[in-house]
Design a binder for this molecule. Structure first.
Ligand SMILES: [Mg+2]
Ligand SMILES: [Zn+2]
Length: 197
């Protein structure tokens, strides 16, 4: 049977958005994120990070440092009994000075590439899945892949909500933060499994 996933943006959603952090010491994980990811795990949903990391293409982060950040990121969540089932990033930047990253790629959100790759790798039913993020492109990504898009009001969330309203692209839910978003998902999942939906 196919699995359902919660696709998650990283910066501004799970941790503070501080621009282009090139070391784990600059990553500040929101304190509520551990419980949020643990709850996704316990509900039997997959927790899958999909993050645009154009800092790589911009020459601000080397890919090796990004791998190191993500290794420590996972280890920190493991200490809190929480884990990620998938971890995808887009290193590209269309006007990168580094040829291998100079690409109008399919993986840069709002393009669907990272979700399609994850669906193939992890056997995910995307249309029964969710996307949580703080930026307009996260919500557009969720809409593009036909998952339920949830905006968090942390990071760029408040500005994004205004922009989305102007565009008439409304998220399924605007959550105060990641934990609120996950609690909303679990309510929906509970309703669905009890046949009320
Ligand atoms: Mg973000
Ligand atoms: Zn890409």
């Amino acid at each position: 049977m196919k699995k359902r996933a919660v696709f998650l943006d990283r910066d501004g959603t799970i941790n503070k958005d501080v621009g282009y952090p090139n070391s784990f010491s600059l990553i500040k994980i929101y304190p509520f994120s551990f419980e949020a990811i643990r709850k996704i795990n316990e509900a039997g949903l997959l927790a899958v990070i999909v993050t645009n990391q154009s800092g790589v293409g911009r020459g601000l982060i080397v890919e090796k440092s990004l791998h190191d950040i993500h290794r420590k990121f996972k280890a920190t969540f493991a200490k809190h009994d929480a884990h990620f089932d998938g971890f995808y990033y887009c290193p590209h930047y269309p006007s990168s000075l580094i040829p291998r990253y100079r690409k109008n790629c399919q993986c840069r959100k709002p393009n669907p590439g990272m979700a399609l790759q994850a669906a193939e790798d992890l056997n995910i039913d995307i249309k029964k899945s969710y996307m949580i993020g703080d930026k307009v492109e996260d919500i557009l990504f969720g809409l593009n892949i036909q998952a339920k898009p949830i905006l968090v009001l942390t990071g760029f969330g408040k500005k994004s909500l205004l922009k989305l309203k102007e565009k008439g692209r409304i998220p399924a839910y605007a959550a105060s933060n990641l934990l609120d978003a996950v609690n909303w998902i679990l309510k929906i999942e509970k309703k669905a499994s009890s046949g009320l939906n």
